[in-house]
Design a protein around this ligand. Structure first.
Ligand SMILES: Nc1ncnc2c1ncn2[C@@H]1O[C@H](COP(=O)(O)OP(=O)(O)OP(=O)(O)O)[C@@H](O)[C@H]1O
Ligand SMILES: [Mg+2]
Length: 329
């Protein structure tokens, strides 16, 4: 079955290495058009293996792959030319400069000079490499190398970008500028972007959709909002300054509040259901009125993608456990 609205579509995609290691296990992936799709999972989850199969660089043990509506095969060179691929920790010829390297890659793609030169100029500018355009790549920081890599993936104006851990090893400044560059490519340049990462904050900032892989299996796929909704924990965290006792007593009296915990300046308030969340909030904030305790900040429990991710992994583990138990009954 094909799916014309998907940029990447896999069915039952499986990779078993050396007949024993199941790196990717029965993966059904649908990457919607015009999305920035985050492929998230811990080390060894199967992200790179999946990416290499999507690119046709390694052969699946089972299953099918469609990219941009076409079946991906070992000999799909033409299809691969429509994809820009940035591997994890890319290496470039150290003696080259961004200009000479991009020119070299452009020539490999057979892009004529009259198109190649203006495109290189534009890419150097849009990836923020202008001040470094004539410096040797060997002097570059990891973040700058990532920018050269992203510029190179764009040289043939691909419809789809596949970036394997583009923010790995970057400091906060390098990470922010890379994140912004990817958002710009997805939002303003209309590129479809598929990126892998195990850094939740980056996925949260960059992506519209997410697929979570663990131990070779896709345990969740949907929009970022959906993953957060799934674990709506109905909690509010209040950071306070002062003695917490009177506030805690007052919070416990609010209808719909089911539990109140305190741990080092943070009061965590649990509300009985999602529906009562909005009603309970004003009452929760109201307890600080006429009280010497000061409310410094607050956070909704549903905001944190990290806890969503961990919860999904935990659920997967306990489901697996349950499956194992029921099997033995
Ligand atoms: N060529 C190979 N031969 C045997 N096992 C492999 C091979 N390549 C990967 N694996 C194994 O398959 C699993 C998935 O590896 P993969 O590189 O796809 O994970 P990943 O999610 O990209 O991890 P990371 O976040 O560390 O990059 C791992 O257990 C890995 O050891
Ligand atoms: Mg990897």
């Amino acid at each position: 079955m094909s799916n014309i609205d998907s940029i990447i579509h896999t069915e039952a995609l499986t990779k078993i290495f050396s007949r024993k290691k199941i790196a990717v296990n029965d993966l059904y992936l649908d990457v919607p058009k015009n999305s920035i799709y985050g492929f998230m999972g811990p080390n060894g989850a199967g992200k790179t293996t999946t990416i290499k199969m999507i690119l046709g660089l390694i052969q699946p043990s089972a299953g099918t792959i469609q990219v941009l509506g076409e079946k991906m095969r070992k000999d799909s060179a033409k299809l691969r030319r429509q994809i820009g691929y940035l591997p994890t920790n890319p290496k470039f010829p150290e003696k080259m400069t961004p200009i000479t390297y991009l020119d070299f890659v452009g020539k490999i793609f057979g892009i004529p000079k009259q198109i190649r030169i203006p495109r290189i100029t534009e890419l150097i500018r849009s990836t923020g490499l202008l001040p470094l355009s004539s410096s040797e790549i060997k002097k570059f920081s990891t973040g700058e190398i990532t920018r050269v890599g992203i510029a190179a993936t764009l040289i043939n104006d691909p419809k789809l970008l596949i970036l394997d851990e583009p923010t790995l090893g970057l400091d906060p400044i390098g990470r922010t500028s890379t994140v912004n560059l990817i958002i710009e490519l997805g939002n303003n340049r209309g590129k479809n972007v598929f990126l892998s990462s195990h850094i939740l904050g980056d996925i949260d900032r960059i992506c519209t959709h997410v697929g979570i892989i663990n131990d070779g299996k896709l345990i969740f796929t949907g929009t970022i909002a959906e993953v957060k909704k799934l674990i709506h924990t109905n909690t509010v965290e209040l950071q306070i300054d002062g003695e917490p006792d009177s506030i805690i007593q007052k919070l416990k009296l609010i209808p719909n509040v089911i539990n109140v915990d305190f741990d080092r300046y943070i009061i965590r308030v649990g509300i009985d259901s999602k529906e009562n969340y909005a009603n309970a909030l004003p009452q929760i904030f109201g307890v600080f009125k006429n009280d010497p305790v000061e409310l410094i900040s607050f956070k909704s429990g549903s905001e944190n993608l990290e806890s969503a991710f961990l919860k999904l992994l935990e659920d997967e583990k306990s489901n697996g456990f349950l499956r194992a138990i029921t099997k033995n009954l």
